[in-house]
Design a protein around this ligand. Structure first.
Ligand code: FAD
Length: 319
């Protein structure tokens, strides 16, 4: 992180203080500003507004409907609606230039399954379809027919999201929400929250790296992989921790024709097209905690948070 030029906030008290201004913090700021109007004062505190090491910047930014938990399917359906309408939603905040197009690649996910996994895979497909998802289960024959480049020899089949799954530009989304929030009166400052003061079991104020104390009625913890640290400042322990993931790109001598989906093989390794190249990744062997040694072929490694995760960079637990 470059040496930050931290700034003081313009007020000593806000209705809402948001810790972290990447995609979740900026999305929260945007939605709150639209819901509450200019009457509410909102401050976003961001410790590194280059966002270089944020999960948002490092993300493989894929979205799927293929979950086994109905609430996750519903959340993703809302996400798809936001991605599809993002440019239109952001247009009022981009008067003289085009609003960000998130470049959504609707190629789908293809979860490969072993012969033993077919029954469970079919059950998940049925559940997803009952919730309005467009997942289909393909046996090895039809799978090979649709994706001739796929080796189906050891597969029992695969579940493929024929619509409303793919990948998009997460930084474009963050920049859009951030700009819209600022244009709606939200204040962003480069600073770090270093402590929280409690009064009657509630967070009453935040302390900043530059020494100021800022009072708040509501605090939002959007600190990503540091969310646990921020929670600990209020004496809370939350099940969010950074885990190591890795991803890298490679070229292929043989082009893959058609709309190649984000393929997750039996080991949990994912691969998908990325422009002229291919993006792939997995979880380090073992439990994936940061102490794990990362393979030398890694060209980009990063941490992500536990909890709800889209899973392109993790084993296909499909929660
Ligand atoms: C390699 C990788 C692949 C991923 N792939 C996918 C995917 O395919 N699909 C998907 O849905 N998700 C994926 N994710 C997860 C997704 O990127 C994250 O869930 C999302 O970006 C989290 O956004 P966030 O705003 O919560 O966290 P972050 O983007 O990490 O932002 C947190 C911000 O809080 C700031 N901050 C922290 N502490 C403080 C403090 N004390 N004071 C002030 N500021 C603070 C940080 O500087 C940071 O900018 C992936 C993540 C990684 C790392």
């Amino acid at each position: 992180m470059a040496i930050p030029s931290y700034k003081a906030p313009s007020r000593s008290a806000y209705d809402i203080v948001i810790v972290g201004g990447a995609v979740i913090g900026s999305s929260t700021a945007y939605w709150l500003s639209q819901a509450l109007g200019s009457g509410a004062s909102i401050l976003v505190v961001e410790r590194d507004s280059s966002y270089e090491f944020s999960s948002t910047a490092l993300s493989t930014s894929a979205i799927r409907q293929q979950y086994s938990n109905p609430i996750n399917v519903k959340i993703s359906q809302f996400g798809i609606e936001i991605i599809r309408t993002f440019q239109e939603r952001m247009a009022p905040f981009y008067k003289d230039e085009p609003a960000p197009d998130l470049g959504f690649r609707e190629h789908g996910y293809l979860y490969c399954c072993s012969p033993e996994g077919v029954e469970a895979a079919r059950e998940r497909v049925d559940l997803q379809r009952s919730l309005g998802a467009h997942t289909v289960f393909l046996e090895p024959g039809p799978l090979k027919e649709r994706f001739p480049w796929l080796n189906v020899e050891d597969l029992g089949g695969g579940s493929w999201g024929s619509r409303e799954e793919g990948w998009f530009d997460s930084m474009g989304m963050m920049n859009g929400f951030r700009r819209a929030a600022r244009a709606s009166g939200v204040e962003y400052i480069d600073n770090a929250v270093t402590a929280l003061d409690l009064a009657d079991g509630r967070v009453g104020s935040v302390r900043l790296a530059t020494g100021q104390t800022v009072a708040c009625a509501t605090l939002v913890n959007a600190a990503g992989p540091r969310a646990q640290q921020v929670a600990a400042m209020a004496g809370l322990s939350i099940p969010v921790a950074p885990y190591k993931r890795y991803s890298f790109v490679f070229a292929s001598a043989n082009p893959i024709p058609g709309r190649m989906p984000n393929v997750i093989d039996l080991s949990g390794t994912f691969v998908r097209p990325e422009g002229e190249l291919f993006l792939t990744g997995n979880t380090p062997q073992g439990d994936g905690r940061p102490a794990m040694t990362i393979s030398k072929c890694t060209s980009r490694s990063s941490t992500t948070t536990s909890g709800r995760h889209s899973g392109t960079a993790s084993r296909p637990s499909m929660r």
